[in-house]
Design a binder for this molecule. Structure first.
Ligand SMILES: [Ca+2]
Length: 267
């Protein structure tokens, strides 16, 4: 289908060359003959290009940002490539895991399957004074298993738990006025400390999206803060995988864009 004249602009979603032509027979996303292949000449040139990527370059390998350990990397290489419903391998608690954490997991795992589901995880975390909506629990499960199967084993549970302790510390550190909520400037600082320099527009959007008071507070509580940071961290890392030059721009196929973004939207 050579239906897009060269140089007529980005074909993605653009009107067909002939407005009376029948719609293309192919469903959106089916392997296209060529239409998205050519990067528009001005792809990196229009507007005021940012001098560099808005997130930190990996200049200090090995050094954790801020307080360190704001979240462990996903446990397996499944990140990014595998099926979104990749199976989770049975695992064991790492040596030295706090016995009360082991007991907590075993109590939650009522059928002794070695995995706990979303509601069991929610209950287990609330016994540690970490109360989350199911949405946040789903996002946590996704982040620590790289899968949407919504089960979690001992190994992932342990890293999730210790990571949450770090998140709690970050929340408390940046809640400067001790209001129990993170407002716009506190969020900006918290994200900066994690290596994410988001624009004011993105910051506003994050605040309104994760403020569960529907915008009344203009600030987010712990649950929303976790969701917000996991989303920024997760999406930024996915983006950086494609932004090999650290230019702040990346090219995605339709498929990988959908697989990248959907898990963060549908939880
Ligand atoms: Ca505050």
């Amino acid at each position: 289908m050579a239906g897009y004249p060269p140089g007529s602009g980005y074909p993605y979603g653009g009107p067909p060359a002939n407005p009376y032509a029948p719609a293309p027979a192919q469903p959106y996303g089916a392997a296209p003959p060529q239409p998205y292949g050519a990067v528009p000449p001005q792809a990196y040139g229009y507007g005021a290009p940012q001098p560099s990527a808005p997130y930190a370059k990996p200049e200090k390998p090995g050094k954790q940002h801020g307080d360190g350990g704001y979240g462990q990397p996903p446990p397996s290489a499944a990140y990014g490539v595998a099926s979104p419903f990749a199976a989770l391998l049975p695992s064991a608690f790492p040596p030295g895991t706090d016995p009360s954490l082991v007991a907590c997991f075993q109590m939650a795992d009522q059928d002794g399957s070695g995995f706990i589901d979303d509601k069991e995880l929610q209950r287990a975390l609330s016994s540690y004074n970490q109360s989350f909506s199911l949405r946040t629990v789903h996002l946590l499960m996704y982040m620590f298993t790289s899968s949407n199967i919504r089960k979690i084993g001992p190994k992932e549970f342990t890293s999730l738990f210790y990571s949450l302790q770090n998140w709690r510390a970050i929340f408390e550190k940046f809640d400067r006025d001790r209001s129990g909520r993170i407002d716009g400037s506190e969020l900006r600082e918290a994200l900066l400390s994690l290596g994410y320099a988001v624009s004011p527009a993105v910051l506003d959007l994050l605040l309104s999206k994760f403020d569960k008071s529907s915008g009344k507070n203009k600030a987010i509580e712990y649950d929303g803060f976790i969701e917000c940071c996991l989303t920024v961290k997760g999406l930024t890392e996915k983006f950086k995988e494609k932004d090999t030059m650290y230019s702040g721009s990346a090219t995605f196929t339709y498929e990988s864009f959908m697989l990248t973004v959907l898990p963060f939207l549908v939880a």
